[in-house]
Structures are given as structure tokens and as C-alpha cells.
Design a binder for this molecule. Sequence first.
Ligand code: ZN
Length: 136
Amino acid sequence: MEATHIEHIGIAVKSLKDSIPYYENILGLKCYAIEEVKDQKVKTAFFKIGQTKIELLESTDPEGPIGKFIEKKGEGIHHLAFAVNNIESALKEVEEKGIRLIDKQARKGAEGLEIGFLHPKSTGGVLTEFCEDKNK
Ligand code: ZN
């Protein structure tokens, strides 16, 4: 497999409303989309910088993955997402190389991407996501 670029960086925030102004007013980026991903119990806000996006994640449920992350670690970088050309074969290949997967099958993420997560215990502590844009 080959990761082609950093697709996005996921950042856990307590509140999109309180966090968006830093990215817009200080960094000069523009929030181009806000989307709720019900299955992950999050609301996301997207910014683009070059080929890479910043994905702010606000929990919609304290029991959801972002709610729990913030309770344990506070706000901050949550995961790193690599773009891959074929997510099914990428997940399979890394699993065969001994990487523990959170998602054995790709599933739908924000922006219609197919996504799958690798377990941070296998990736040096970095929650890692693979994404494939099947619409491009
Ligand atoms: Zn992500």
C-alpha cells in the first residue's frame, strides 16, 4: 500500500462554535462545511489547507468516542488520517503485517469518504485513519 498524503488531522474540541474563530480569525482559514456524523456521535467542521483538511470534532454525546477522549485527555489532536488509493486492500495489508485494526471493514465517514481506523496500540500511540475518496 501507499499513503498518498495527509488527508486530514482530526482535532477534538469541546465546542465548534468556540473553536472555529481561532482557525478563521487567527489562521485565516475558512470553515467550508459543518456536518454531523451520527454513527460517530460527532459534529465536524472542516477547513482546507493545501491538500490537507483540518477536521474539528465536537461530541454530540458524552459517551461517544470524542466525548470520552476529551474527558480523559482534554481538547487536542485526536487522529491523523492518510489518504490511500484502495482502502479495503490497505486495511487488509496492514492487518496482515500485524497492525491491530479498529475497523476491519471500511465504513462511511464525513464528506462521503470511505474510512477505517487503526488501533493506536499498533501505531506508536497515534490513532490513525485511512480514507479513500471513491467519488473522485
Ligand atoms: Zn477523521
